[in-house]
Write a protein that binds this ligand. Structure first.
Ligand code: COA
Length: 321
């Protein structure tokens, strides 16, 4: 059966780093509180002239180079993002222009922090149908523009960045084995950001991210663990078969709790949240690129990508690398 295989990965984080100590200077918080509650030490913040499509273009060029695929050869670009510079055109169209990917059709997927997995699942299905042979799947966000920098409950958690993968259609064992997506709008009030459509006459006065952190924490741990087991079971595979998992990098305590629930040692639960914080849809492809370039995954390894975000949304992809 035709599979979509990840032939290249790339990531990009903005140059500017904001540490917890920097936050202490203007916020009633401390490095000790942030590290002990989240595992986050620092986050990257986009420059004033950098948008989500700029970060994405940088990450995409690296992924394309690794895959040996030229932009003009791409059939499809799908972007997980909720922080594009325009409501329309999509970030996908902006990236298509910046890369010169003339042939590719392009669109965005809105699933908050699960955006990359939802985008990946879309692309995989186009590959299976046969019309798409080479695609670019991206997660890119400038989350630091969506938080109130006076709200210590949210602003310490997020960072900016982008990650990308190039998919190629192939026969064989390697590739994306399955994807599993879920949503539950009943929990929408736990984590949300008002949009331009919120008010009939004027832009929303308060467009910042709102979150009930404690509740989100509990639901996230269960959803991320359950969907991992669902993906394994669907393929007749076991937890022991996994080389490594790449959960959404929201919080180190969430990562530790998932590892515990799945009986996976810390070496099998990838984490870079200490360096990049929560980059929403970008977090999984950035993590994957860091692990891949760091030599942590090899051809034939079984890995799992699992995400969770506002919506609520959650999902997983099981991959034979
Ligand atoms: N610095 C210092 N104190 C802070 C703080 C900060 N940055 N943020 C919150 N606090 C305070 C709270 O005001 C509260 O004070 P109070 O007891 O005087 O009211 C206290 O710390 C405890 O707050 P609480 O919300 O119970 O802390 P917590 O242990 O649940 O940790 C989160 C808060 C946000 C770190 C945690 O709930 C979490 O990580 N949730 C998941 C969030 C997430 O990942 N969202 C994205 C999912 S895609």
């Amino acid at each position: 059966m035709i599979k979509a295989r990840i032939a290249g990965t790339g990531s990009y984080v903005p140059e500017k780093v904001v540490t917890n100590f920097d936050l202490e200077k203007f916020l009633d918080t401390s490095d000790e509180w942030i590290v002990s509650r989240t595992g986050i030490h620092q986050r990257h913040v986009a420059a004033a002239d950098e948008n989500a499509s700029d970060l994405a273009t940088q990450a995409s060029r690296k992924a394309l180079e690794m895959a040996g695929v030229a932009p003009e050869e791409l059939d499809l670009i799908v972007v997980g993002t909720v922080t594009g510079e325009f409501t329309f055109p999509s970030s996908g169209c902006m990236i298509q222009k910046k890369l010169g990917a003339r042939k590719a059709f392009a669109f965005d997927v809105s699933a908050a922090c699960s955006g990359f997995i939802f985008a990946l699942s879309n692309a995989v299905n186009y590959h299976r149908l046969g019309g798409v042979k080479r695609s670019l799947v991206i997660g890119s966000e400038v989350m630091t523009r969506t938080v109130d920098w006076k709200d210590r409950n949210t602003c310490v958690l997020f960072g900016d960045g982008a990650g990308a993968v190039v998919l190629v259609s192939e026969e064989g064992e390697r590739g994306i084995l399955s994807t599993h997506l879920h949503s539950d709008g009943n929990f929408s009030e736990l984590l949300y950001q008002p949009g331009l459509g919120a008010s009939p006459t004027e832009p929303p006065q308060d467009h910042f991210v709102k979150m009930q952190g404690n509740e989100v924490f509990k639901v996230a741990v269960k959803a991320l663990s359950d969907v991992a087991l669902e993906a394994l079971e669907a393929n007749g595979l076991r937890k022991e078969d996994l080389k490594m998992i790449f959960p959404h990098q929201a919080n180190k305590r969430i990562l530790d709790a998932i590892g515990k629930r799945l009986d996976l040692g810390p070496e099998k639960v990838f984490s870079n949240v200490d360096q990049v914080a929560n980059t929403s849809a970008a977090s999984i492809p950035i993590a994957l690129d860091h692990a891949h370039r760091g030599g942590k995954i090899q051809p034939g390894d079984l890995i799992l990508l699992n995400a969770f975000g506002g919506g609520l949304t959650w999902g997983a992809a099981l991959v034979r690398w």
